[in-house]
Design a protein around this ligand. Structure first.
Ligand SMILES: Cc1cc2nc3c(=O)[nH]c(=O)nc-3n(C[C@H](O)[C@H](O)[C@H](O)COP(=O)(O)OP(=O)(O)OC[C@H]3O[C@@H](n4cnc5c(N)ncnc54)[C@H](O)[C@@H]3O)c2cc1C
Length: 384
């Protein structure tokens, strides 16, 4: 590991533990995420500490994926850490996509305010199940775009759009004859109506997750990313790194849950000895340690594949499944070790357990990844 990444990771860890953790019980934290005022306050502190968007360097270049991993894991030590230092989803993936595929003008207008942490963004792809739109199967995309002179006009509905409420930048996927395309849009926008913010299992993402209606949204042609029909190809650029960065942040959060559960098990006594000395409890914490280490190693393996220039679609599928399932098991065991305290709001273990559950669904449910891996196995064996 490079010295520069180690230094950034150490600084991020210190900042999250000393400055961010005390905010974990702030009354401005609601069921739809931290209030805007709290996001701004946390980001001012991160900026003052020189830790805003720590995985993107001053010259605009990114740390490598292996370097990013050790930084993002530390940012995840608190569910509020990625919000504070601007390593959160969907912004981190959106910045990556814009950095790789935007024109100079698009980067100056849409990427710069994201990197500085002044603006937040949203990625509009999923559509409501009730409309028969795109979910696990993106080819079911229903949102349409039509050319009108030097503009495109977009109509449709979207679902689960993280951070749409309060975002300044949107990346919208819509379909024309040429296929799916991605558009950069300014938010808020009168043609993009937030119908409602969903009540979900998680609560740490600013703006929550919204159902959105797009009514005759006019977008200048130069705000399209790439060429007409490039949508799925460009989404692939974002896909593997974004999946992997979820693994990184969640590894940080579940590692902290394990710290809290271990401390509890060493301190709390039952039947004449500390809980950890009861084999049933000690084994749960030991299994956690194994799952955490395996997650770390898979992240590092997948990151090195991406660093070698590969798209890493298969590797990121395998890593996403393995890590999301391992971290879910680990968070569950942390709750169990802590008894009633584990399900109370007295520690973040309860929040981590709740929130990591959704990670088995977004960026591809476990079953969809396994199904696509099975198809590849079948293809590899065809004709043998
Ligand atoms: C917290 C959260 C945040 C999100 N943020 C965003 C966002 O910012 N932008 C965005 O565009 N989307 C977002 N999403 C949407 C997310 O990407 C979708 O939920 C996901 O792609 C699954 O689609 P779906 O919910 O419609 O599930 P469905 O397509 O209805 O699938 C339901 C279940 O069917 C099973 N299934 C589906 N296909 C197969 C298969 N081939 N083989 C076996 N089983 C299968 C799986 O178990 C799956 O969980 C978010 C979702 C969540 C939960």
């Amino acid at each position: 590991m490079t010295e520069r990444a180690q230094r950034i990771a150490e600084n991020v860890e210190r900042f999250v533990r000393d400055v961010v953790v005390p905010y974990e019980r702030d009354p401005r934290l609601g069921s739809h995420g931290p209030a805007e005022e709290l996001v701004i306050e946390l980001r001012e502190k991160a900026r003052a500490a020189g830790l805003m968007t720590p995985h993107i360097l001053d010259d605009g270049t990114h740390l490598t994926q292996r370097e990013t991993a050790i930084v993002l894991i530390k940012s995840g030590l608190s569910p509020l850490g990625p919000v504070a230092v601007n390593t959160m989803a969907p912004d981190e993936g959106n910045m990556y996509l814009l950095g790789k595929t935007g024109t100079a003008e698009q980067k100056a207008r849409f990427l710069a305010p994201l990197v500085s942490g002044e603006a937040r963004s949203a990625f509009f792809m999923t559509e409501p199940a009730a409309d028969g739109g795109a979910g696990s199967d993106p080819s079911m995309l229903q949102t349409r775009c039509e050319r009108d002179g030097n503009h495109w006009v977009i109509n449709g509905r979207k679902a689960f759009i993280t951070g749409a409420a309060g975002a300044k930048v949107g990346i919208v996927m819509a379909k024309a004859e040429e296929g799916a395309s991605l558009f950069l849009v300014d938010l808020p926008n009168p043609a993009i109506v937030i119908e409602r913010v969903l009540d979900t299992i998680d609560s740490s993402m600013p703006g929550g997750h919204s159902i959105v209606r797009i009514d005759n949204l006019r977008v200048p042609a130069d705000q399209m990313l790439g060429e007409p029909g490039d949508g799925f190809k460009l989404a692939q650029v974002r896909l593997s790194p974004a999946r992997l960065s979820h693994c990184m942040r969640w590894l940080g959060s579940v590692t902290r849950a394990q710290e809290i559960a271990s401390e509890y098990a060493c301190r709390r006594h039952a039947f004449g000895k500390p809980l950890i000395d009861h084999e049933g409890v000690g084994f749960m914490l030991a299994e956690n340690l194994i799952d955490l280490k395996q997650s770390e190693l898979m992240i590092d393996w997948c990151a090195s594949v991406l660093d070698s220039g590969e798209l890493g679609t298969v590797e990121s599928s395998m890593t996403k499944v393995a890590v999301s399932e391992a971290l879910m098991r680990t968070a569950d065991r942390c709750v169990q070790v802590m008894g009633g305290t584990g399900v109370s709001g007295d520690t973040i273990v309860e929040q981590v357990f709740r929130e990591v559950r959704a990670f088995r669904i977004y960026d591809g449910p476990t079953e969809v990844h396994k199904w696509s891996l099975a198809k590849k196995i079948k293809r590899a064996h065809a004709g043998r």
